[in-house]
Ligand binder design. Structure first.
Ligand code: NZQ
Ligand code: ZN
Length: 395
């Protein structure tokens, strides 16, 4: 293992911390762009509570509402124009991963002279990875992406049917104000998809990282086991604050860098899912629930011992009378059963996706990240034909 690690985002975590929003924002600016999604925060009263806290602290607010799930670059352009025109000094993301991701790129786009799409990797020669951004304060209302405390953002172009990412140090939020009460209103399906997303963030590192990372393995297993214990409780009873709290903490930990540090992993399942959601506007976590088990059945042949470890440590399956491959496959079946028990889809047909564009998804998946052979990095690296094969197996 060889690595450098820093995550500069301050976390303020716990039920009720929304009341501190004004105080937190005030130390980063007096005029804020408040970014929200399609209206859930208005319907459940969170917006009014946030606005009151900001007003009390003397922060004036300009709104940018209407960030869509699978956020689009057009929304980023719109948000940046508002922020520039209104001389905003700080950006507040009040919403799910889509709102947080759009907010981060808006914060960078305000200070960037060119087309914000230059900042999102899509195979261009000169990827304009941002080096400056307005300070961002994240207030997640959905436990899933971990965007509240990482430097990544995922944005799509509706015209190009491409969904891709940017990662840059300047995009780390200054503060993640994480109040699990805000997630009490998340519908059952989105709760389940969020649990799937957070687990997938961990499995990507677990299965695609380098060998010899025993502490990271245990961190990963701890996050997965916690999500498997508390996720179903949050899905069964959305008003269970304890379950919401544990799931939200798990989601944050799953992708703030700590679990995967030193593993040098690549996320093939995410790259494939992003191609699907670019074309079909499906929920990210639902797409992952389909792709991840299918990908596991492909990757298991290259690394049966690793998957056998997963089967043993996560599902308590025993080695007796089974070879490692048999054990590994049983673990994958159990994992898929778990996703299904949460209410997640596990076949593309459940998402209304057929095989017409499989080769296009494969092209798109390697558009941004590919190795010297043009394959999608991971263990094992995937050719475009492999990607098509995995998708076919998920029909
Ligand atoms: O838009 P509103 O009205 O707020 O409704 C949203 C949306 O319809 C709703 N919702 C959010 N909080 C709610 C709520 N409904 C009721 N009560 C609440 N408290 O949930 C729906 C989905 O919201 P969205 O923000 O799209 O979900 P999520 O947090 O799962 O974010 C998904 C996006 O994040 C990207 C995904 O690709 C996708 O675009 N990702 C970002 C990552 C990152 N930055 O690190 C990593 C992830 O792997 C992922 O790729
Ligand atoms: Zn994800």
């Amino acid at each position: 293992m060889k690595f450098e690690f820093q995550n500069p985002t301050k976390i303020i975590f716990g039920a009720g911390v929304l009341a501190r929003l004004g105080e937190v924002v005030r130390s980063h600016g007096k005029r804020a762009l408040l970014v929200t999604g399609g209206g859930s925060v208005k319907r459940n009263g969170v917006f009014d509570r946030a606005a009151a806290s900001l007003k009390d602290a003397g922060v004036s607010v300009v709104e940018c509402s209407g960030i869509e799930p699978n956020p689009r670059i057009t929304s980023v352009v719109r948000g940046a124009e508002i922020a520039r025109k209104e001389s905003c000094e700080v950006v507040i993301a009040l919403g799910g991963g889509s709102t947080m991701d759009a907010s981060k790129v808006i914060a960078a786009a305000v200070l960037y002279g060119g087309d914000p799409w230059d900042m999102i990797g899509h195979g261009q020669d000169n990827w304009a990875i941002p080096t400056r951004a307005l300070p961002v304060i994240t207030v997640p209302t959905l436990a899933a992406t971990g965007s509240e405390m990482n430097s990544g953002a995922v944005i799509g172009s509706e015209d190009l049917k491409v969904k891709s990412f940017v990662m840059a140090d300047c995009l780390f939020p200054k503060v993640a104000l994480v109040d699990p009460e805000l997630t009490l209103s998340v519908p059952r399906d989105q709760t389940a998809f969020g649990v799937c997303d957070l687990i997938t963030h961990v499995t990507e590192g677990y299965f695609n990282g380098i060998d010899g990372t025993p502490i990271q393995d245990r961190f990963a297993e701890g996050v997965i086991l916690t999500a498997m214990e508390w996720g179903p409780k949050a899905v069964a009873d959305g008003s269970n604050l304890e379950a919401r709290t544990q799931v939200q903490w798990a989601a944050l930990v799953a992708l703030n860098g700590w679990v995967q540090v030193g593993t040098a992993f690549s996320p093939p399942v995410h790259m494939i899912e992003h191609a699907l959601s670019a074309h079909h506007d499906i929920t990210h976590g639902a797409g992952l629930a389909v792709v991840n088990p299918a990908w596991m059945r492909f990757a298991v042949k290259a690394r049966p011992d690793r998957f056998a470890q997963f089967a043993q440590r996560v599902f308590g399956l025993s080695t007796t009378a089974k070879d490692n491959l048999g054990l590994a496959l049983e673990g994958i079946d159990k994992f898929e059963d778990f996703l299904r028990s949460l209410g997640c889809p596990t076949h593309l047909s459940e998402l209304g996706i057929a095989d017409e564009l499989f080769s296009r998804y494969a092209e798109d998946a390697v558009l941004v990240v590919r190795d010297e052979n043009g394959n999608l990095p991971g263990r094992p690296p995937m050719s475009k034909a492999d990607i098509v094969e995995v998708l076919r197996s998920a029909l």
